[in-house]
Design a protein around this ligand. Sequence first.
Ligand code: GTR
Length: 326
Amino acid sequence: MRLIKTLTGMLLATAAMAMAAGACETTLKSSDTHPDGYPTVEAVKAMSKSLEERTDGRLCIEIFHSAQLGEEKDTIEQTQFGAIDLNRVSLGPFNNIIEETQIPSLPYIFRSVEHMHTVMDGPIGQEILDAFAEHDLIGLGFYDGGSRSFYNKEKPIKSMEDLKGMKFRVMQSDMFVDMVSALGANATPLPYGEVYSSIQTGVIDGAENNWPSYDTSGHFEVAKYYTLDQHLIVPEVLVMSKKSWDKLSPEDQVAVKAAARDSVPVMRELWVAQEKKSEEKVRAAGSEIITDIDKTPFIEAMKPVYEKYVTSEKLKDMVARIQATE
Ligand code: GTR
């Protein structure tokens, strides 16, 4: 009797330890380029918790943050092959693969973050998520990426004139290369992890990103002039490998979608707080923030980008519907 009691006690203790470690029957592997604590990473942790609850412990997620599984472009390929189950990425690196993702990535397409939310939470967002299916991926939901602006190490940029001839890193998307060219500057597409040293060594003068990335990447240390021209409000996306998806029961597929949905409000709340925290940090560290900038010439300069990328009737219609969304 005593032996049984001891054994039962040991089993319970092991189970408790396993629960504490977040163990579950099947652990899905998820990638993120950002460090632990970043809103996207924390949101996927919230998703894991919800998923574990919704599936009675059948599924949970382990997050490989800080680009442990590679840079975004490579991890997208690995997700398509099924070597990575889940991936949290910007829509930018999908632009060359899935044309629908170019639309919410167009410069100045959204009037505000609220406008972006209304569009991406509605039927247009769903059409874009559905477009992933033809590319061995399942689109699960959108996260926020704030608005992206230029920063550089040379000088305060106060107008489009000041951008002339400067070299900026962009995400690996042809459309972003054209966007920078249309502004009179030169673009170099590079993986995120190479930006810091490329600015430091002068391969590029700067890059463009949102407050939290400008902060947590440390780019503010090497590029102190940040001009809030807000040329992009690119949503971020959470995708699952179609290969991993197909292994799940229909019931668990429903749970994955629901858990992803549960994580969106968590992400949005964390995002707002992080933007504020990052802004305070980089200002205190001595970054010079240029807010007084006329965006009109920037918006006008984007016409050739729209002409080059918004070509089919389907994409033109999507742009028109976004512009008509209140
Ligand atoms: C960040 C985004 C990342 C990555 C990075 C970049 O804002 O959250 O997913 O795309 O920008 O510029 O590569």
